[in-house]
Write a protein that binds this ligand. Sequence first.
Ligand code: MN
Length: 289
Amino acid sequence: MSNKIGVHALVWVGGWSEAESEKAIAATAACGYDLIEVLLLDPQSVDPVATARQLESHGISATTSLGLGVDTDISSNDPDTVARGEALLNDALSVARDMGASYLGGVLFSAVHKYSAAATLAGRRNSVEVLARLAERAKASGITLGLEAINRYESNLINTGAQAVDFINETGSDNIKVHLDTYHMNIEEEDPATTIRECGDLLGYFHVGESHRGYLGTGTIDFKTIFRSLIDIGYTGPITFESFSSAVVDSKLSTALGVWRNLWSDSEDLATQAKSFLDSELYAASQPE
Ligand code: MN
């Protein structure tokens, strides 16, 4: 397989100061990954020029992601909240462009938050409209957007791959793709392999996470079947390992994701194991049975 293999920044660091980004980028390259996923929850805290320089010097590339907060939720019915969310997404897009990234994904469509009611039609329309405008601006910079289907406890708008496809069709944009994640699919999808096939060419980004978000291969995800279906559809996009522990904490995200306990404490050991697991499982899945 020719996919770029990536690792999420939160495997290494909880923030993105110049020292933190140097540490994370150097460690990502040393473990043999092709890319690092940089978290843009707070785009203004990121120096994209410094990051671009560090990426170049270590010979890897970056993708970017974020999840909106309750006060920047573009699926809100409140116009001021929607406007704050659109401003944050525009800032993130500029930072992504300036660090040389060609992908901005994650939960761009709602807050990462346990909602107490279903999404409203008006809120959904707000989200569709903001993302259609963002996609136009992204296209001018050669950036693809990704909408990550996440579980019901973290969003009320896009929980499945099929819902992501419907939402993307509503935007009418051709540079918004589906972002799938094995951890979330394990909770929400009837059959992850079928979901992958049904997304087909619209699949643009793939997160690999265990059922408990710890070490790969120690939970209940059927990676073999999932990787075979990625090969079946000819998926050539990034495959990025994502794992969270209270050992490395971004306080905003950790609270939103419910990271209450340690699943690991040694970033390097975790990332090394994940890279070797991905290499061997992807190779095995590409061989005839
Ligand atoms: Mn994910």
